[in-house]
Design a protein around this ligand. Structure first.
Ligand SMILES: *Cc1c(COP(=O)(O)O)cnc(C)c1O
Length: 354
C-alpha cells in the first residue's frame, strides 16, 4: 500500500514495529506500555526524551516550553484566546483556510478579532499578501499549511507582536526559525505521531497574557508547572511521537527530511503540470509541499482515476469533501518511492484516458 492519507497518516515503518513491540513488552520490562503508570521512571523517560528531541530538532531556545496535551489542535482554537486574549483586547488572524476560520470563530468568544486578510473569495486557493498586522494586538495567528486546500506559507510573517501558528500539517517538514514564534501547536496525527496528543511549543513570557481565571486543565501555566503531567497524559500517543522524533533525528533531522520533501513535492507537481488532464487550483507560489490538491474536470474520468488508485494500492487520494477532486498528502514518513509510484500511475492513466 502507498498511503497518501491526510490524517491520521503514514508513520515510519520502524515506528509501527517498535510501537507494536512495546504494546506486548515495553523495553524488556515484561509489561505493556499501555499498563505502566504514567508517574513511573519508565514513562517519565519517554516523555522527557520526547521533549528533549523536539527541542533539539527545532533548535528551541531556553525560553521555550514543550507541552504534550490532550484535545487535538481544535482545542487550541479556544485554549489560545482563553489564555492569551483578554476581554476587550484584539487579536489579529489571517483567514486562509477552513482550519484557520475555525480558530477565528473560537477566538471571538473571548475578545475582539481583527481578520487582517482572507482568501475566502477564491476558495482559499492562495495565501493573501500585502496585509498589515497592527502593532497593538495581543497576538497574530495563522496556519502555516492549509491541509484541506493545499496551500502553504513559505515565509514567516514580519511582525513585532507575538506570533502564533497552527503547524498541524507541516511541523518539522521544513527548516525554519521556530524561535520566532511565541506559540506553535500541532495535532500529532499528521506529521509526528498517533492521534490523541497535541504538541505545544510556548514561550514562557506569553503565559498568562489574558490575565483570566481559568479551569486548571485549560491553564497553560498549570501544564507547564506540572510538566505535561497534570493528569494522565495520552501515554501511548506520546510514546509514538517519541519514536517518530527518534527516527527523524536518526535520518538527519529537519534539514534532511526537507530535501526529501522537496523532491517528493516537485516530482508530483511537475508530473501534474505536464498533463492537461489535471487541474491545479492552488496559486503556484503558495503550493503546499505536504498536501497536493488536484482535480479532473470530467466527473466520470475523476471516478475512473479514483478507482485506478484503489486498484493499485494507492490509499487516501480522494480530496476533502469541501474541495473535491484529489489530495495526495506527502508527509515526512511517506517515502519517495510512493510518490514515484503515484506519478507512474498518473502518467499511465493520462495516456490511456487522455
Ligand atoms: C488536522 C488539522 C487540525 C485539526 O486537528 P484535530 O487534532 O483533529 O483537532 C487543525 N489544524 C490543521 C492545520 C489541521 O491540519
Amino acid at each position: 500500500m502507498h498511503n497518501f492519507n491526510a490524517g491520521p497518516s503514514i508513520l515510519p515503518k520502524e515506528v509501527f514495529q517498535e510501537a507494536s513491540k512495546a504494546i506486548l513488552d515495553f523495553n524488556n520490562t515484561g509489561l505493556s506500555i499501555l499498563e505502566i503508570g504514567h508517574r513511573t521512571p519508565l514513562f517519565e523517560g519517554v516523555l522527557n526524551e520526547a521533549v528533549s528531541l523536539l527541542k533539539e530538532l527545532m533548535s528551541l531556545d531556553s525560553n521555550k516550553e514543550v507541552l504534550f496535551l490532550h484535545g487535538g489542535a481544535s482545542t487550541q482554537f479556544f485554549q489560545i484566546p482563553m489564555n492569551l486574549l483578554a476581554e476587550g483586547k484584539t487579536a489579529a488572524y489571517l483567514d486562509c483556510g477552513v482550519w484557520g476560520s475555525k480558530a477565528i470563530k473560537e477566538a471571538k468568544l473571548f475578545g475582539n478579532v481583527n481578520v487582517v486578510a482572507s482568501s475566502k473569495d477564491k476558495n482559499y486557493s492562495y495565501i493573501p499578501t500585502g496585509y498589515e498586522i497592527p502593532s497593538d494586538v495581543s497576538y497574530f495567528h495563522y496556519t502555516t499549511n492549509n491541509t484541506i486546500e493545499g496551500t502553504e506559507m513559505h515565509s514567516i510573517p514580519q511582525t513585532n507582536v507575538p506570533l502564533i501558528a497552527d503547524m498541524s500539517s507541516d511541523i518539522l517538514s521544513t527548516v525554519m526559525d521556530f524561535n520566532k514564534f511565541s506559540l506553535i501547536y500541532a495535532g500529532a496525527q499528521k506529521n509526528i505521531g498517533a492521534a490523541g496528543v497535541n504538541i505545544l511549543v510556548i514561550d514562557k513570557n506569553i503565559v498568562g497574557l489574558a490575565g483570566r481565571k481559568l479551569p486548571t486543565m485549560m491553564d497553560y501555566k498549570s501544564h507547564i508547572d506540572n510538566g505535561s503531567m497534570l493528569n494522565t497524559p495520552p501515554v501511548f500517543a506520546v510514546y509514538v511521537c517519541m519514536l517518530t522524533l527518534r527516527w527523524l533525528k536518526k535520518i538527519g533531522g529537519v534539514a534532511a527530511i526537507e530535501k526529501i520533501n522537496d523532491q517528493k513535492a516537485s516530482l508530483l507537481y511537475n508530473t501534474l503540470d505536464a498533463l492537461p488532464m489535471f487541474n491545479l487550483p492552488v496559486a503556484k507560489e503558495d503550493r503546499s509541499k505536504m498536501n497536493v490538491v488536484f482535480t479532473i474536470s470530467d466527473p466520470e474520468v475523476e471516478k475512473a482515476f479514483l478507482q485506478t488508485c484503489k486498484d493499485n494500492g494507492m490509499y487516501g487520494v480522494k480530496g476533502h469533501r469541501s474541495v473535491g477532486g484529489f489530495r495526495a498528502s506527502l508527509y515526512n514518513a511517506l517515502p519517495l518511492e510512493s510518490v514515484q509510484a503515484l506519478c507512474g500511475l498518473i502518467k499511465d492513466f493520462a495516456t490511456k484516458k487522455g
